[in-house]
Design a protein around this ligand. Structure first.
Ligand code: BGP
Length: 484
């Protein structure tokens, strides 16, 4: 039943995190190195044009040889590993119904291709899930969020190699079996489309020597599609109650003008983005990609049976991240803005965040409706939020009204979309507790309701404190979105 505000009873309100940005303890509990542990912090002034998230093979060699003197923020995160009890108690205090987190594959299989799983790693997530369930919080678990065991990159070039499919399936089966009575909601790959924009981040793929890096990235993406479908199959066999979803970084793109050339350009960009969800939800490669592959010299190598696997095991629901919208033009434009992995043209109707991302709540309503028109599957917003600098007042309070304002406007539009008929399962805003930024490795780019005392270099007490948004979100959940 929906309340007069639109949100159904049992709507899953919560927040989202990822192991590599949150857990820390990168070399504890038998964990192996992960690809994210190689990502260093580069101060804003030194980042410059063309700053990329990708780490090269040479750089990894130098890091492993101890020749790189840098801070690696994804190794320390905010130390959830040792704070999980306190942290989950804070989420429970806000009334969370769901908590999105990822399992770090390298905690379970330290090298990715080990014969036996690491019991200490498995036991850690048992404790985390038990703690959630104690408060009635459903875990929503991502199997691979921007990291794989580093050994898989060194030995196989990550997802570029088909052999990684079986290793992933074994990992998925291990955790599905272990947590079958504790976790119901699963996502296979975080923002699966990022593999083509940042192959190292999305798939542990080094493109240094690749003749056609884009081809290699799409090939790696194909392996992830097959792995995801096989994991979905096995998950349902282990527990038919499992709900297993895909996850897309949705980059809703508008045409700059009503020039038909701009309209077509925007449509093409939206298709390139939705391609991933088309495969995972509809179970086949869409025809519009044939031309794109041809024009970009991309040949996807599929093995016999791949297409049947994609067809037979589509996802149960669609999840996505939404931070901003993009604008595109058929003509080159000077007025560029930055964005979540991809920038675009400035949209003069929109304001931007401190990082230049264009804030567009109505775009979220459009996105939800468009998704639902296309797939008629339940939708789950698993990331949305405002990265901002926060100021701690002398009395310790943090007045983050800009964050409240951002979230409030987006939730209002979610409500509209639900009233428009969209089947929306839940909402986990990004970074419930401050964590390290994925794109910049900054700690000072904060998203949380809970402030963590730590700076970009990892100095601080790690103390947690409640921001104004904490009390605001608590009220939103309490009233099932009635009181915004
Ligand atoms: C998404 C990622 C997250 C996350 C978020 C915010 O792309 O899935 O891991 O961090 O964006 O981005 P950032 O941390 O770069 O501000």
């Amino acid at each position: 039943m929906k309340n007069s505000n639109g949100f159904p009873e049992g709507f899953l309100w919560g927040g989202a995190t990822a192991a590599n940005q949150f857990e820390g303890a990168y070399n504890e509990g038998g964990k192996g190195l992960s690809t994210a542990d190689m990502v260093k912090f580069i101060p804003k002034e030194e980042r410059g044009e063309g700053f990329s998230l990708d780490v090269s093979g040479k750089e990894i060699e130098a890091i492993l040889a101890g020749k790189v003197d840098a801070v690696f923020p994804k190794r320390f995160g905010v130390d959830f590993y040792h704070h999980y009890k306190k942290d989950i108690a804070l989420l429970a205090e806000m009334g969370f119904k769901v908590f999105r987190l990822s399992i770090n594959w390298a905690r379970i299989f330290p090298n990715g291709d080990d014969i036996e799983p690491n019991e200490e790693g498995l036991a850690f997530y048992d404790r985390v899930f038990d703690e959630c369930l104690k408060y009635g919080i459903e875990p929503l678990v991502t199997l691979s969020h921007y990291e794989i065991p580093l050994n898989l990159t060194l030995k196989y070039n990550g997802w570029a190699d088909r052999q990684v499919i079986d290793l992933f399936v074994k990992y998925a089966e291990t955790v599905f079996t272990r947590y079958q009575n504790k976790v119901k909601y699963w996502l296979t790959f975080n923002e699966i489309n990022i593999i083509t924009l940042s192959p190292y981040t999305g798939g542990g793929v080094l493109v240094d020597d690749a003749e056609n890096p884009l081809e290699l990235s799409y090939q790696a993406g194909h392996h992830q599609f097959v792995a995801s479908a096989l994991a979905t199959k096995i998950g349902h066999e282990i527990n038919p109650e499992f709900k297993i979803g895909c996850m897309l970084a949705r980059m809703t793109t508008y045409p700059e003008t009503n020039n038909p050339k701009d309209i077509i350009k925007a449509q093409e960009e939206n298709q390139l983005n939705l391609f991933f969800t088309d495969v995972q939800a509809r179970g086949k490669y869409p025809a519009y990609m044939d031309r794109y592959f041809l024009e970009n010299d991309i040949n996807i190598h599929k093995e016999r049976g791949d297409d049947e696997i994609l067809k037979a095991y589509p996802v149960d629901f669609i999840s996505f991240s939404y931070y901003m919208s993009n604008t595109t033009s058929s003509k080159p434009s000077e007025d560029q803005v930055s964005g979540n992995f991809m920038g675009g043209i400035k949209n003069t109707y929109l304001e931007t965040s401190d990082w230049g991302w264009q804030i567009d709540p109505i775009g979220l309503r459009w996105t939800l409706k468009d998704f639902y028109d296309r797939y008629q599957l339940p939708l789950f917003i698993v990331e949305n939020g405002l990265g901002a600098y926060d100021k701690v007042e002398e009395d310790g309070s943090i007045h983050d009204d800009y964050r409240i304002n951002y979230l409030q406007k987006h939730i209002e539009q979610m409500k509209e979309a639900v009233l428009d008929g969209v089947d929306l399962m839940g909402y986990t805003s990004w970074g419930a507790i401050d964590l390290v930024s994925a794109s910049t490795s900054e700690m000072s780019k904060r998203y949380g309701y809970v402030y963590v005392d730590q700076d970009d270099e990892g100095n601080g007490t790690l103390n947690r404190s409640r921001k104004d948004s904490f009390f605001w979100y608590k009220k939103v959940i309490e009233t099932n979105g009635m009181d915004l």
